[in-house]
Write a protein that binds this ligand. Structure first.
Ligand SMILES: *Cc1c(COP(=O)(O)O)cnc(C)c1O
Length: 340
């Protein structure tokens, strides 16, 4: 695939232009069955204030209230459930900036699989502590100098573990898609679905669900302005890799889409937009003050685009993903101005 991103992702360049390996809506439906009873069916919230601000009818999928605090539990639980018994017993390993780590740690505990997590040393303290709290073995690395994927493969091989990456994985993408499946089941057909974008698991999975359940629904991904690799990839038609972006959206600091997520996004997504850190902070304040929700910066991506008028939502039924709520209380207070 020409780009280093796909090559670095391990054995992915072999699938160049081959869509046979891509998940489909059937995988999303199977994931919904697997996670039923384990994942929360999170609420779909509405806000007259948000509707009045935008002129649309907004349906917020509150994945900040998901187990382990983010939508990532869906993909993690689905992927570990799908493993053969023997592989599950040997254990799983992953690398993550936080929420996927916690999700894997919790899901693996629930499913009886030992978990090893490779996390950046500068990840929020609450995320590192929570991951250890779920019983996982946490290995820290330096995100600016070390290649986490190479490290992951090394440890996986040495210990016989199954690597479950945070987004470029068929069962992870399918699991994330269940959030859109639930959203559309609850809210009804949508004109627009706006998702948060890091490596593209959420956006790709949601696009699969929307295409099947809400025909004609436009699907839009939103990423941090400093990390616009998704937008550039979408527009250039190839996976663009960027240096680790500096943004408060720590769950969207991925440097490139995966080959699987890119293929689905390219085929099914309408557009990719970017928002600034300042717009994310404004949106955190909105959620806290108007909707009484604690949302982490990354979890505000989709809503920030909608509330700032970047998406045409007038008189439309709009799904908005609130993707996570894991933020240190001190950081939350500092960013929202709640600290005195
Ligand atoms: C991981 C994450 C994202 C981005 O999801 P991808 O599947 O990597 O695109 C968005 N929001 C939160 C809260 C996350 O943890």
């Amino acid at each position: 695939m020409g780009s280093g991103a796909a090559d670095r992702d391990g054995a992915t360049s072999m699938r160049d232009a081959d869509t046979d390996g891509l998940p489909t809506f059937a995988d999303v439906a199977r994931a919904a069955e697997r996670i039923a009873g384990a994942a929360h069916r999170t609420p779909v919230l509405t806000s007259r204030t948000a509707d009045a601000m935008t002129g649309g009818k907004l349906f917020f999928k509150a994945e900040n209230l998901q187990r382990a605090g983010a939508f990532k539990f869906r993909g993690a639980y689905n992927a570990i459930s799908a493993l053969p018994e023997a592989a599950r017993a040997r254990g799983v390993i992953t690398f993550s900036s936080g929420n996927h780590a916690q999700a894997i740690a919790l899901a693996s505990r629930l499913l009886g699989a030992p978990a090893t997590i490779i996390m950046p040393g500068d990840a929020p303290a609450a995320k590192i502590a929570a991951t250890r709290g779920y019983g996982a073995d946490v290995v820290l690395y330096d995100r600016y100098t070390q290649d986490r994927e190479a490290l992951g493969r090394e440890i996986a091989q040495a210990r016989g573990l199954t690597l479950i990456p945070p987004f470029n994985h068929r069962d992870v993408i399918a699991g994330q898609g269940t959030l859109a499946l639930e959203l559309i089941e609850t809210a009804g057909p949508l004109d627009v679905l706006v998702a948060c974008l890091g490596g593209g698991g959420q956006l790709a999975g949601c696009a699969l669900a929307a295409a099947e359940l809400s025909q004609g629904c436009r699907v839009i991904g939103v990423e941090p302005e400093a990390g616009d690799d998704g937008q550039r990839s979408f527009r250039e038609g190839r996976i663009v890799t960027i240096p680790v972006p500096r943004t408060i959206a720590d769950g969207a600091q991925s440097t490139a889409l995966g080959d699987l997520t890119f293929a689905i996004i390219r085929a099914q997504v309408t557009d990719i937009l970017t928002v600034t850190d300042a717009q994310l902070v404004e949106t955190m304040r909105f959620f806290a003050s108007r909707m009484k929700l604690v949302v982490e910066p990354t979890g505000c991506l989709a809503a920030a685009a909608v509330l700032n008028g970047l998406v045409d939502v007038r008189d439309k039924r709009v799904g908005v993903v609130i993707s996570g709520g894991n933020v240190d209380l001190a950081t939350f207070a500092r960013l929202t101005g709640a600290a005195t």
